[in-house]
Design a protein around this ligand. Structure first.
Ligand code: DGY
Length: 320
């Protein structure tokens, strides 16, 4: 017997499934992460842990967890986990792919449209009592219809975004580590170099995970190559973008606007200059946040824990 740690409050229907197999230590707060010292202490007795992106699984955490068999991450991305080191400790790592793909793509398109049509600015304008009359160019924005859209990262989420953009008759190009013939054949997406994507896109939508290759990919030089009219959207990971370079590009009018669901520092530091910019729309990492999808992500973590503790293969292992 060991202990299953759950680092965020999740509905009882999920906890009950885990309690049927072992003792559960639940951090009973939905909005504040489990403090690191408590987490490390809990790990000392744990056989399984259900974590969110707020927990870092590094050498210290792994050394604190002599009996741990599985780390179930409630996210598709797993840059918060040193996967290689976890595998060296014979610990299975799982994530939540597939179940969140369509929901995250919907957020990507919503954010793109919000920025293009200045929805947040328009809503504030009304709230502040500034709406005096109809005016020809009042809060005029950009069309997604038939725009040139560059998708950086053509994994499942990138493809789901591209599928939706077909409805806008967008001309889709993409850049990715490897080519995807399905995206090219089914979606008419054109594979281009990173430079071509930067130079030719009216919209750039980043869906890429954080890896050694993608870290700081959108740097000063990248923003300099973009069109002055370009809109930059990030639903991948914050550290794919050099945020200072993005702020500079927005300030200097090198690009038109941005929409970010992910930031380098999460939660955002309230002193971050992006918060004062009218042409930056920031939302708090809610890509997969629909009720149904969050239920599915939690259930998948629970299923993976049940399987691994029973000595079986998990449904969605992260391979090394
Ligand atoms: C993920 O799953 O990686 C998302 O960023 C979390 O919603």
């Amino acid at each position: 017997m060991g202990k299953i740690i759950v680092t965020r409050k999740v509905p009882d229907k999920f906890i009950e499934q885990l309690e049927a197999i072992d003792t559960v230590e639940l951090w009973d707060d939905a909005y504040t992460p489990m403090p690191r010292d408590k987490f490390l202490k809990a790990l000392s007795e744990a056989t399984a842990c259900f974590i969110t992106l707020s927990e870092q699984i590094d050498e210290e955490a792994l050394n604190a967890a002599p009996n741990l068999k599985i780390i179930a991450n409630m996210a598709v991305g797993f840059d918060n986990i040193d996967v290689q080191l976890a595998h060296d400790h014979n610990i299975v790592v799982t994530n939540t792919p597939d179940v969140l793909t369509e929901t995250t793509a919907e957020l990507g398109v919503s954010l793109t449209l919000s920025v293009a049509r200045r929805i947040v600015e328009a809503e504030r304008y009304v709230q502040e009592g500034k709406w005096q009359s109809w005016s020809p160019y009042l809060l005029a924005g950009k069309d997604l219809y038939r725009a040139k859209v560059g998708i950086f990262g053509m994994g499942d989420i990138g493809k789901a975004v591209a599928r939706r953009l077909k409805g806008f008759e967008a001309n889709i190009m993409y850049h990715n580590r490897s080519r995807h013939s399905d995206a090219e054949e089914e979606l008419g997406a054109l594979y281009v170099s990173f430079d071509t994507l930067l130079k030719n896109s009216d919209f750039i939508i980043c869906t890429a995970p954080l890896t050694e290759e993608t870290k700081d990919k959108f740097d000063k030089q990248a923003f300099e190559k973009m069109k002055k009219e370009a809109i930059f959207i990030n639903i991948g990971r914050g550290a794919v973008v050099d945020e200072e370079a993005l702020i500079h590009a927005l300030n200097e009018g090198q690009i038109w606007a941005c929409g970010l669901d992910v930031l380098r520092e999460e939660p955002i530091n309230m002193a971050n200059p992006l918060l004062k910019m009218k042409n930056a729309v920031i939302v708090p990492h809610i890509g997969s946040a629909s009720i149904v999808t969050r239920d599915r992500m939690i259930q998948l973590c629970v299923d993976n824990i049940k399987l691994v503790l029973a000595g079986h293969e998990p449904l969605t292992p992260v391979r090394g």
